[in-house]
Design a protein around this ligand. Structure first.
Ligand code: GCU
Length: 433
């Protein structure tokens, strides 16, 4: 080895150390995290029934004013404002099959244009409804993580078109969906069971609206509708990707409302994890959703932001800066100043039924913080003449509690499972039938 290459080696070594150091300084792993219940410091929540000007809301009649105020606060400080004037265009049915699931279901594939122009962004909505139904059916609507082809083993559901996440279980390594990923998420979507119980299911891949990485917006909904396109400079209150996905959910509901075989007054929105956060925000914004189910939605979803347990605002804003608006980052180190907390997000769904679910091993999502959100939101439900959760204590595992605010904590890890679905189907039977 000559002296030049030794020099180069030493130099690259130093550069490597420097880069690694810089990376370590920024990596989310350095962000403090607590998962010991006894170490949760005291915190005080904003009062859900007090307006910013100090006035108390004491009757159902005055709730809409506080509700509107809270929607604006969540837009300005957390999820971002959706630009006005976005198109709401009907979709077109690409295919109808009357023999899906052995004749149990009528399956439709529908494309909904989310933007204008000759090459709009398309949301592919996959809809199943029981073929034996004699009247319009209630429907579960939920975004999926990896493409419509992953929720079913049926061979003729096309693979997701755009960017998908790389995952070992679906053997996607280059962000392009492949046949090996077909049906890999089918356990999370028990279509057979949903149909047997008399419900329809509508699902779409969230990445159709916008790919889930920082920068995914450029080719996605937010970049496409921005006047400067991919050169758009985001203002602090501009929308993040959760708001963009939630917009797509409302467009899916528009589409379902056009189908006389579907009871659009009975659409239950369901989402898991980041898509549980999205479902809560979509249900909070759009009162047409009859019910909202947030499965293990955690930080930025049902979990209280001020409770220092599991994922924190700083951590989520570091790992997933694109999910929320720019202003939300101002609270990374001063969460007590955030003018809202997540119990108020849950309260925005009142008086419609809302169901929050946790998993015992999913400490990252803070099960207790998720439950407490529902408990503190219950105050608004009571004001509106409904019953919420029974008390401040987390219930035993695998038991469903509550009325218009429902809750269970399932044993096991972070996932959407058949056990969760059984609770949701029972809850829907109670509230949507
Ligand atoms: C990460 C993230 C969570 C999110 C989850 C998911 O764990 O920190 O906030 O809910 O991903 O969406 O799977």
């Amino acid at each position: 080895m000559n002296s030049r290459s030794v020099c180069l080696l030493v130099w690259t070594g130093w550069l490597g150390c420097f880069c690694l150091g810089a990376w370590a300084a920024q990596t989310p792993r350095t962000v403090p995290i607590n998962d010991v219940e006894e170490s949760v410091p005291p915190y005080s929540l904003p009062e859900v029934l007090t307006l910013r000007n100090g006035q108390r809301v004491t009757s159902a009649q005055h709730w809409p004013r506080r509700r509107a105020e809270l929607v604006h606060l969540f837009e300005d400080h957390v999820y971002g404002r959706i630009p006005s004037g976005l198109p709401r265009q009907p979709g077109w049915v690409v295919e109808t099959r009357r023999d899906a699931f052995g004749g149990k279901a009528i399956r439709q594939r529908i494309q909904i244009p989310l933007t204008r122009g000759p090459n709009p962004i398309l949301l592919d909505l996959l809809v199943y409804r029981p073929s034996q139904a004699t009247k319009p059916v209630p429907v579960f609507l939920g975004l999926n993580f990896d493409g419509n082809h992953t929720v079913t083993h049926e061979a003729d559901v096309p693979l997701a078109r755009g960017w998908v996440a790389n995952r070992p279980r679906s053997s996607v390594t280059n962000h392009i969906a492949n046949e090996a990923s077909r049906g890999t998420d089918a356990e999370a979507w028990p279509i057979d069971r949903i149909l047997e119980r008399g419900y329809g299911l509508a699902t779409a891949y969230y990445g159709d609206a916008e790919a889930d990485f920082d920068g995914g917006w450029k080719q996605g909904l937010r970049g496409t509708v921005a006047p400067q396109g991919a050169d758009h400079h985001f203002e602090p209150s501009d929308w993040g990707s959760i708001a963009a996905w939630s917009w797509a959910l409302s467009r899916a509901l528009d589409q379902l409302s056009l189908d006389p075989a579907i009871d659009a007054q009975k659409v239950a929105l369901l989402g898991h994890s980041r898509l549980g956060k999205t479902a809560l925000w979509a249900g909070a914004r759009d009162p047409r959703f009859a019910m909202v189910i947030a499965n293990e939605s955690g930080e930025g979803g049902a979990a209280l932001a001020r409770r220092f347990f599991g994922e924190t605002t700083l951590r989520i804003n570091t790992s997933f800066p694109h999910w929320f608006n720019g202003r939300f980052k101002d609270y990374n180190h001063r969460i007590a100043d955030l003018p809202v907390d997540q119990h108020e997000l849950v309260a925005l769904i009142a008086p419609r039924p809302v169901y929050i679910a946790s998993a015992e091993q999913d400490r990252w999502a803070d099960p207790k913080g998720e439950y407490l959100s529902g408990w503190h939101a219950s105050k608004v439900y009571r004001l509106l003449g409904k019953e919420g959760l029974p008390g401040p204590d987390l219930p035993a595992v695998n038991r469903s509690v509550g009325e218009s605010v429902g809750y269970h904590i399932r044993s096991g890890p972070h996932a959407l499972t058949e056990v969760d679905w059984e609770f949701y189907l029972k809850y829907a039977d109670r509230h949507l039938r």
